[in-house]
Write a protein that binds this ligand. Structure first.
Ligand SMILES: Cc1cc2nc3c(=O)[nH]c(=O)nc-3n(C[C@H](O)[C@H](O)[C@H](O)COP(=O)(O)OP(=O)(O)OC[C@H]3O[C@@H](n4cnc5c(N)ncnc54)[C@H](O)[C@@H]3O)c2cc1C
Ligand code: SF4
Length: 503
């Protein structure tokens, strides 16, 4: 065999695993369906990035009614972290146990927060996470301080934070992964611009899996990166208990690649689709799917973008994603169930809205965005076996999702509206995202302790196929209500340690 390990996908999971294994001395092949995302002026153009969807795949997926949808997926080295918002929080300690929600149970993980904690600490260093201990009452215990100091609020956000504190909340500096040195700006690549969340970074200042994991891994000399290489299928031996070959399409040719360990890290939807496509005589329902859990329990958070407008106060803020609020994470005012997290999003600009409200004249949009503050309000999506990734007859991806647990989400949006009103924002425009919000996809090959109810064991190894691992957002049995990437990265580091100690 040419390689010791094949990792398919270079995003938060696959890229971080390659980093974790790079100095092990084994030969690692990293397979990526895309190429490097180009550095170009358009990286920071709202019209190019949002209206023209310049970096998104042109693939078409389908919803449960077979209605086509264009997924906001980004197939590049670094995966979706190339355009993500770089919010890198840990899940809460309680998210690892069972939590009762209004519409059901968020199940316990086979791994405790304490077991993952050292890997969170490592991931925060690798991905340069900034933050401050002691501000957010829901913060889990930590073995080390944040590796980088909190990113300062601009005066507009500082003033708003004080008003929210007056309203009884505990706003905190959000945990962000940026190469930003506010003591000496010449020492970091980030310039705190207004085109970060959802954009690629022209300066490589965003901590993403390409810059912080794949490039350092390549420097080791042990990692080979295969670009524009689409993995079509995984083949097994005759017994069906080992992957015997990875079928790759590259430059119009099909290649069969082999390694004793194969890691799938294509993102929760594409990994499930790949396993389902790899069905064979021994695995008629899809590879590693004797539990019938592959593709099921698809989750992607419930989200609302809320724009709070104070028509008399001009916002001069450039980088506003420095503030978040968890006061309603586990319960609300006079409400016993978890509601979720609130965090500022990247500053909205007229060019980012034109696709949504083409009928509103641009000067009006400009006035609104000059007097607004924008928020991402996020609640837990509960696992439901009927919410699932499937394949259509022609092999395309279909996502069936029926929204659950929406009442606490809408209550959270409404509760925060009252808080923002108290803070001086009388206008509040809220828009719920629908099935097209795929960014926080997870759960489609859940890990667990019972092979009958989970696809992977607690080390993310497939129960049914001994040399197959899935190391991306698929493993999550619940979605919590925090951004997922740091947890995916931490789990990849944990699986890396396991592989090193086992082989
Ligand atoms: C606009 C946006 C903003 C976001 N903001 C945040 C944020 O602020 N904080 C946060 O925590 N999360 C955020 N996310 C989510 C975050 O990016 C994902 O949770 C994370 O990247 C998922 O990691 P992954 O390893 O599961 O998949 P990905 O990072 O998507 O990586 C999958 C990789 O596999 C490759 N691939 C797929 N199929 C194949 C195949 N068949 N063959 C070969 N290669 C393949 C892909 O090209 C990609 O490189 C955001 C996402 C988006 C889209
Ligand atoms: S804010 Fe910093 S990291 Fe984000 S895009 Fe701008 S320069 Fe890059």
């Amino acid at each position: 065999m040419d390689y010791d390990i094949i990792i398919i996908g270079t995003g938060a999971g696959g890229g971080t695993l390659a980093y974790a294994l790079a100095d092990w001395g084994k030969k690692i092949l990293l397979i990526e369906r895309g190429g490097f995302l180009p550095h170009e002026k358009q990286n920071w153009s709202p019209e190019e990035v949002f209206d023209r969807a310049r970096y998104k795949t042109s693939e078409i997926w389908y919803d449960r009614d077979d209605k086509p949808l264009r997924p906001g997926m980004n197939y590049y080295v670094g995966g979706n972290t190339k355009v993500y918002g770089a919010a890198l929080p840990r899940f809460r300690q309680e998210d690892f146990g069972e939590l009762t929600h209004r519409d059901g149970i968020s199940p316990a993980w086979p791994v405790s927060y304490a077991e993952l904690e050292p890997y969170y600490t490592r991931a925060e260093k690798i991905y340069r996470v900034h933050g401050k201990i002691g501000e957010d009452p829901t913060d889990p215990p930590r073995s080390a301080d944040f590796p980088y100091p909190p990113i300062s609020h601009e005066p507009y956000i500082e003033e708003l934070a004080e008003k929210l504190k007056d309203a009884g909340l505990h706003p905190y500096h959000y945990h962000m992964g940026l190469d930003l040195n506010e003591q000496d700006r010449s020492l970091g690549a980030c310039v705190r611009c207004n085109t970060c969340d959802g954009f690629p970074c022209l300066l490589d200042g965003k901590s993403d899996a390409h810059i912080n994991a794949v490039l350092p891994a390549l420097k080791s000399g042990n990692v080979t990166l295969l670009l524009n290489a689409l993995v079509k299928k995984l083949h097994t031996n005759a017994r069906g208990d080992e992957i015997s070959a990875v079928e790759v399409e590259r430059n119009g040719q099909t290649e069969m690649l082999q390694a004793p360990i194969v890691v799938v890290a294509c993102g929760a939807v594409n990994s499930a689709a790949l396993l389902l496509r790899s069905a064979n005589d021994k695995h008629p329902n899809g590879l590693a799917n004797s539990s019938d859990q592959v593709g099921r329990n698809y989750m992607s958070h419930h989200g609302t973008v809320a724009m709070a407008v104070n028509p008399t106060k001009r916002s001069d803020v450039i980088f506003q994603k420095t503030i978040a609020i968890n006061d309603y994470y586990f319960r609300g005012p006079h409400y016993a169930f978890p509601m979720g997290n609130i965090q500022a999003v990247g500053k909205l600009q007229p060019g980012m809205l034109t696709a949504d409200v083409a009928y509103v004249p641009r000067p009006v949009l400009k006035y609104i965005t000059n007097h607004s503050c924008e928020w991402w309000i996020m609640s837990e999506d509960l696992p439901d076996p009927n919410n699932r990734v499937q394949l259509t007859r022609d092999g395309s991806i279909k996502i069936a999702r029926k929204f659950n647990n929406m009442e606490p989400h809408r209550r959270l949006v409404e509760t925060f509206k009252q808080d923002m009103r108290k803070a001086g924002y009388p206008i509040y425009i809220a828009k719920e995202v629908g099935i097209e919000f795929l960014a926080h996809q997870c759960g489609t090959a859940r890990f667990g302790r019972d092979p009958k109810t989970s696809a992977l064991n607690e080390w993310c190894r497939a129960w049914d196929v001994q040399n197959l691992y899935v190391v991306d957002a698929s493993f999550m049995p619940s979605s919590a209500a925090m951004n997922p990437a740091l947890t995916i990265m931490a789990m990849a580091l944990r699986v890396g340690d396991y592989l090193r100690s086992t082989f």
